[in-house]
Design a protein around this ligand. Structure first.
Ligand code: NAP
Length: 451
């Protein structure tokens, strides 16, 4: 039976915008499919026909997920860019993506990209060049895949003051940590499973070391706090040191461990009344009832706190060809509308007055795991060291392990959660604890948020 709902009518349009697509991989092929399949609907929404003039790839004969007209393919990306009104860059990597984006800007073309790696290393200079040329450079797909998060920050929340952004912005690490939490798997086994299912790349370094999340954290912080943050402004710690024991201990205490990108407004140490922003990526203990704790598998979510709006959460698929294509096309349609109707291109504002703070300015609660000798007086020695460094203990739990039939002293596993403490005080405490003769090892030091 035919649908009773009429499809969007093909409008009579006088304007055509030439769209060049660079890349036809996971995302690019889906973008091409939608541009061709939904041409009438996209024209109705933009007021212009979006004509896909060509698709630049490395190898025209490579197999594709989507069947696309062969005549559209070219290996001459530069020629394609020169004739375009809109350039969609989905090749990834630094070069030739950067040169092609610069060529597009020079020619006055609107640029849409999902290339977080390039934005991480070169974003500020690309935004400046686009600004100077008066062209739009948008990149919704670069952070959290399908989730509309950059536009809500730059548009919907532009009348508010954001105080904190906490995001699960890397699906691979969320999958691994979730797998460890639900099955008790060790990190290496959970990573192997992520690779088998296609969530982790052959070289997973950028994901598991936190670099990908840091790149996204820098973008989120720049937009939320109107100040340009570069990758080197982000304190970054990945998940490779998180063990099954950490996860089990966190679970027992009512927490889940997530890799979070956190950007927050903080007081500037030593400057009364002054505020700055710190951006950091690290494994974090979250109470299991926190909304971000319910983000499972490879899903992403961004939790925002704003002065007037309060708490908001954006949740969805952080990767995948078709979901990411949705974000790319959102940028293309918005840009095309403005090209048809006029009006200002970019809505990002960078007042650039907020000081960028290092990790030293951050105060969080900490979870510390210790392997100690089970002897009288151990707890009081440890408690005295914490007190001596000005770090206050909230809870301390002890589990004693003894070999069966062994009458010896055994070992004590200690799990300590502190009140808020400065990074430097905590680091000094941990160093001092390592020097105690009753301590076998410090098994973990993790930050706690969302309490
Ligand atoms: P991909 O599958 O590796 O596809 C890359 C495409 O670019 C291929 O079609 C490739 O051509 C083409 N290409 C690469 N280098 C080229 C060069 N030097 N000259 C011409 N063409 C070149 O990548 P993807 O997964 O679609 O990702 C594209 C971008 O979106 C990346 O920046 C990525 O970070 C971003 N992104 C991806 C996702 C996701 O879920 N995949 C999510 C968010 C953001 P051949 O086909 O001939 O090899």
């Amino acid at each position: 039976m035919d649908s009773a709902v009429p499809s969007e009518p093909a409008p009579a349009l006088t304007k055509t915008l030439k769209v060049a697509l660079l890349g036809a991989g996971n995302v690019g092929a889906q973008v091409a499919r939608i541009l061709l399949q939904d041409a009438d609907a996209l024209a109705a929404r933009t007021g212009a026909r979006l004509e896909l003039t060509g698709i630049a790839v490395r190898n025209i004969d490579a197999p594709r997920d989507v069947e696309l007209p062969r005549a559209l393919f070219t290996t001459d990306a530069s020629a394609l860019v020169r004739g375009a009104d809109v350039v969609i860059e989905l090749m990834g990597g630094i070069e030739p993506a950067r040169t092609l984006i610069l060529e597009a800007i020079e020619h006055g073309a609107t640029v849409v990209t999902g290339n977080k790696a390039l934005l991480a290393v070169d974003g500020p200079s690309l935004y400046e060049k686009a600004d100077a040329a008066g062209v739009e450079l948008s990149y919704e797909a670069a952070v959290a895949g399908a989730i509309p998060i950059l536009r809500p920050i730059t548009d919907s929340l532009s009348g508010d003051k954001i105080t904190r952004v906490m995001g699960i912005v890397n699906g691979t690490t969320n999958f691994i940590l979730d797998q460890m939490d639900t099955t008790g798997a060790q990190f290496a086994d959970a990573l192997a499973e992520a690779t088998r299912l296609g969530y982790a790349e052959a070289d997973p370094t950028a994901d598991i070391e936190g670099h990908d999340a840091a790149a996204k954290g820098a973008i989120l912080a720049s937009l939320a706090f109107h100040t340009r943050f570069a990758l080197e402004d982000v304190h970054c710690q990945g998940i490779t040191a998180v063990t099954a024991d950490d996860i089990a201990a966190a679970k027992e205490a009512g927490y889940v461990i997530k890799l979070l990108a956190i950007a927050e407004k903080l007081a500037v140490p030593g400057r009364e009344g002054a505020a700055g922003v710190s951006v950091r990526v690290h494994p974090t203990l979250l109470p299991r009832e926190h909304p971000l704790a319910a983000v499972h598998g490879a899903f992403n979510a961004v939790f925002i706190e704003a002065e007037s709006a309060g708490e908001l959460m954006f949740y969805g698929q952080g990767a995948g060809g078709t979901p990411t294509a949705s974000a790319v096309l959102g940028d293309v349609v918005s840009a095309a509308r403005r090209m048809v109707l006029g009006g200002p291109g970019r809505t990002e504002t960078t007042t650039g007055v907020v000081p960028v703070l290092g990790i030293d300015a951050v105060q969080t609660r900490y979870y510390i795991g210790l392997d100690a000798a089970d002897q009288p007086g151990v707890l009081s020695k440890i408690a005295a060291l914490f007190a001596g460094h000005g770090v206050s203990i909230e809870t301390m739990r002890q589990t004693v392990h003894r070999e069966p039939g062994d009458g010896g002293p055994g070992t004590a596993e200690l799990r300590i959660v502190t009140h808020r403490a400065a990074e430097a005080s905590l680091a000094a405490t941990v160093e001092a604890i390592k020097g105690l003769d009753v301590i076998n090892s410090v098994t973990s030091v993790l930050r706690v948020e969302g309490v």
